[in-house]
Design a protein around this ligand. Structure first.
Ligand SMILES: Cc1cc2nc3c(=O)[nH]c(=O)nc-3n(C[C@H](O)[C@H](O)[C@H](O)COP(=O)(O)OP(=O)(O)OC[C@H]3O[C@@H](n4cnc5c(N)ncnc54)[C@H](O)[C@@H]3O)c2cc1C
Length: 535
């Protein structure tokens, strides 16, 4: 990135800071972090850190479900082909095959751990979502899969793991020495800044939807993990690919709730403000086309009709079945006077899933020795240039398990030392002028939405890159004192990486739509863009 990103955000000295020792440190307690935790040998000491309450994560918000070949009529080859087709020639086929084949065992395991998936006549109910050619989405509580899966996983973690869990603890930076990750510098409500020395560290910090004005992601999703891995020297890649969910509830003053893809799978149609069904004009798969196609079509139709949204219409379906299948969405919409079974639901795209992230190999190992990663914080090669619906909880399970097993084995192989490394970061020059952090945060979110949203253009991206560089210049050079400030510094860092990668990729592929380069260009761009911070 062309602006200066400091190695550490805050000053510290080893004689003036508490120290904590663990064999394995897991940063993040969503599906990837908890799945990793289940793999850590109980003889090792394990510390799990989450920046908010354990219950606050993208995982807990997941609605539609988890993709897995369960139906005897379905097969692995079909799930693989669907994933590759959505990924627009950028998936790693070996990774896709590995994840798809491991999926059924993870579903069985979740059931064994107490997850109550929806069933019909004693069999798992299987939903269908855009881009899938079979019904293969297991779901729970209708449209609250993440809530149920995380309930069961948190309960299992609390009852079976001999781990320390520190909620409400912000990871500021990864600690590195002699080319290895040695743990993290965290901010703990009681002990303040603390060194956590760990033999192995697993990063499971989730996504970054919060850097956009319109997003489905909860407050915790500010991309901290990518920023702190980047500062520590790990390779980051595919940052130009941010997936926008096509159908986010758009009611002034209301929360930007996601309207699950499963609704289109059950037959919901997209209509514009004139009541016209428009998806067949854009793609023969109509409402079941992959997310990027549907998002692009909605934005085009909003421009054509000069309206701030389009609508989902279910009025041609059985009203009782609709309300029963989507109870959560029905409740939310009812609060705004909308009956989902009879009224059109206003929707537009919103930032949803960070496809790019910290590069990992099949085992979840990053390019920085001692650092592993799993889940949405990573770029594993599964999603290519566009994630297929319901493949991400699955990725968190598969890579969480791999990273956990790998980190556990590596930690076992290391002897205990209980020695702090004399790392030090000097205080920066004090600044007189206070910063309005909330103002910069809001400006950044609006800028990202305008310049690096569903459609991008070279000139807008270049202007945005320059603005972000200017903001980085005076925000990253300060040593701020609390999580709100560190979050903003992380958001600026990854916004810079995203915009510069989007500017560099002069083609349209998957979720990355450049209006000045509308075609895919396999000859030059069928490759990943990687970035590493240089000292
Ligand atoms: C509304 C919504 C619906 C979705 N529906 C589906 C679906 O149906 N199917 C599907 O497959 N995917 C779905 N997704 C995507 C999926 O939920 C996520 O990709 C997945 O849950 C990510 O899991 P994770 O464990 O990587 O991260 P998360 O679940 O986001 O967990 C991140 C963890 O990291 C912690 N953390 C972050 N930063 C720090 C820090 N600085 N210090 C300490 N801790 C930190 C957080 O506190 C949290 O515990 C949906 C996402 C959303 C937002």
């Amino acid at each position: 990135m062309s602006c200066d990103v400091p190695r550490y955000l805050v000053p510290f000295h080893p004689k003036r800071i508490p120290h904590h020792f663990a064999d394995v440190l897991i940063i993040g307690g969503g599906i990837a972090g908890l799945r990793a935790a289940m793999e850590i040998d109980p003889r090792l000491s394990l510390l799990v850190i989450t920046k908010d309450a354990m219950e606050q994560s993208n995982s807990a918000f997941a609605q539609g479900g988890i993709a897995s070949v369960i139906d005897p009529e379905d097969n692995f080859a079909s799930h693989v082909e669907d994933t590759l087709a959505a990924g627009a020639n950028l998936c790693d086929r070996e990774v896709v095959e590995m994840v798809v084949r491991e999926a059924p065992q993870h579903i069985r395991q979740l059931i064994d751990w107490g997850t109550n998936f929806d069933t019909e006549h004693g069999e798992l109910m299987l939903g269908r979502e855009g881009g899938h050619s079979h019904r293969r989405i297991v779901h729970a509580l209708g449209d609250a899969t993440g809530h149920e899966v995380m309930r069961a996983m948190i309960q299992r973690a609390r009852s079976t793991l001999d781990a320390q869990i520190w909620p409400n603890t912000f990871t500021i930076d990864l600690l590195t020495h002699e080319g290895r990750c040695r743990g993290a510098l965290v901010w703990h409500a009681q002990h303040g800044r603390t060194f956590v020395w760990a033999k192995q560290t697993i990063l499971c910090t989730g996504g970054a939807g919060q850097i956009y004005r319109e997003t489905t992601n909860p407050e915790v999703a500010t991309g901290d993990g990518v920023a702190l891995a980047y500062r520590a020297g790990a390779e980051v890649r595919d940052m130009e690919f941010m997936q926008f969910h096509p159908t986010v509830l758009y009611i002034a003053g209301g929360s930007r709730s996601l309207i699950t893809e499963a609704m289109r799978g059950e037959g919901a149609r997209l209509i514009d403000s004139t009541g016209r069904r428009f998806m067949p004009d854009y793609d023969e798969r109509a409402e079941l086309a992959p997310r990027d196609v549907v998002s692009h079509a909605i934005v085009a139709q909003m421009e054509k009709t000069r309206q701030p949204s389009v609508f989902l219409n279910l009025s041609h379906l059985d009203p009782e079945r609709v309300r029963k299948r989507f109870p959560g969405i029905a409740r939310t919409c009812a609060e705004f006077g909308i009956d989902i079974a009879t009224d059109p639901i206003p929707v537009r795209p919103g930032a949803h899933y960070m496809i790019g992230g910290v590069a990992v190999d099949h085992g979840g190992q990053t390019t920085l020795p001692g650092l592993w990663a799993a889940g949405e914080v990573t770029a594993s090669g599964l999603h290519g240039a566009n994630r297929l619906a319901s493949n991400s909880l699955l990725e968190g399970l598969v890579y969480g398990a791999h990273a956990g097993a790998g980190a556990s084995a590596a930690a076992h192989a290391e002897t205990d030392s209980f020695r702090a490394i004399p790392l030090e970061n000097a205080p920066a020059e004090p600044h007189d002028e206070p910063l309005d952090l909330a103002d910069i945060r809001n400006s950044l979110k609006s800028l990202m939405w305008r310049a690096s949203g569903v459609r991008r253009h070279g000139q807008q991206l270049a202007d945005a890159a320059q603005t972000i560089r200017r903001w980085c210049g005076y925000v990253l050079s300060r040593q701020l004192a609390d999580p709100q400030g560190w979050e903003l510094q992380n958001m600026l860092t990854i916004a810079g990486l995203m915009v510069e990668s989007a500017l560099e990729r002069e083609e349209s592929r998957g979720v990355h739509l450049r209006t000045d380069f509308p075609q895919a260009d396999d000859e030059h761009w069928r490759r990943h863009l990687t970035v590493v911070r240089r000292e």
